[in-house]
Design a protein around this ligand. Structure first.
Ligand code: AMP
Length: 286
């Protein structure tokens, strides 16, 4: 990264901005001279039947968030600006996209990698800020950036949570009141697993089983996956003997929720870390 007064920081988003996005903007503000927020609901990362048509759109409040956060430029392109003709070029990151959300959202990460590369080329940032909330996406973007020699730094930012632990997400707006209460089980279940690992339970299978049971006990849920993976390669682990992440994806009511957490820090020398949102001033520090 070049010196502070020359740098541009990009925060790519799909809008419906919340405190999680705000923490990325704050991190960019802290590190870069100029901050650009992009707001674009990218159709190519939605599979047929997903929520592209009903994805929450709150442009007025998004602009207020950006203004309050001192954003220098909001890039809110129209569909035709980004895809003037049907694109025939896509970026596919092998391996990292095989597991976790990959099989449940065919084509999703190709859409993500491609739009992110396009945004990088349009905005030309020195650094781009991504949330650990979407951990697989973060790893895909980091790998693409390295493999394609893209000349910028990818800055990971910790997950911002509601006071009950639910990871903030634009899609949480889909949750009914009872489902919203139920959704907090994800964080409770992952925290219990992380505590089990910290206490020496380093076999993945019983931890995964306990998390799955915990989630089902909280109410009707479709569990897409509960997985413990190598935090760099995202390959499933049977024993937690290196930096690892527990990752979950579930459907509660009309909402698909994903979340993840470090696990086994004591065994790997990496301390677990949780960032909470408990007031109007979100934490953004690592
Ligand atoms: P989205 O608008 O959902 O596509 O997210 C835009 C960026 O914000 C991505 O890098 C996400 O990982 C990040 N993000 C979304 N939710 C959170 C959260 N709760 N905490 C931190 N970052 C988040």
């Amino acid at each position: 990264m070049t010196s502070l007064d020359e740098t541009i920081g990009l925060v790519p988003t799909m809008g419906a901005l919340h405190a999680g996005h705000r923490s990325l903007i704050d991190a960019a503000r802290h590190r870069c001279a100029a901050v650009v927020v992009s707001i674009f609901v990218n159709p190519t990362q939605f599979s047929p039947g997903e929520d592209f048509d009903r994805y929450p759109k709150t442009p007025d409040s998004d602009l207020t968030v950006c203004r309050d956060a001192g954003v220098d430029l909001v890039f809110m392109p129209a569909l035709a600006d980004i895809y003037p003709t049907a694109a025939v070029t896509t970026i596919h990151v092998n391996g990292l996209t095989d597991g976790l959300c990959g099989p449940f959202r065919p084509g999703h990460f190709d859409g993500v990698a491609t739009i992110v590369a396009k945004l990088f080329n349009i905005v030309k940032p020195d650094a781009a800020f991504f949330g650990e909330k979407d951990f697989q996406q973060l790893r895909v973007v980091q790998r693409m950036t390295r493999d394609l020699n893209l000349d910028l730094e990818i800055v990971p930012c910790p997950t911002v949570r509601e006071p009950d632990g639910l990871a903030m997400s634009s899609r949480n707006a889909y949750l009914s009141a009872p489902h919203r209460l139920q959704a907090a089980v994800l964080h409770r279940a992952m925290t219990a697993a992380a505590q089990g690992a910290a206490a020496g339970q380093l076999e993945a299978a019983p931890l995964i089983e306990a998390v799955t049971r915990h989630i089902h006990d909280a109410g009707p849920t479709v569990v897409e996956y509960v997985s413990i993976v190598d935090s760099m390669t995202l390959e499933p682990l049977t024993i937690i003997d290196r930096p690892a992440r527990i990752c979950v994806a579930v459907r509660i009511g009309a909402c698909r929720l994903i979340d993840n957490m470090e696990i086994g820090g004591a065994a790997t020398g990496v301390e677990p870390r949780v960032t909470r949102h408990s007031s109007s001033a979100p934490e953004s520090g690592k």
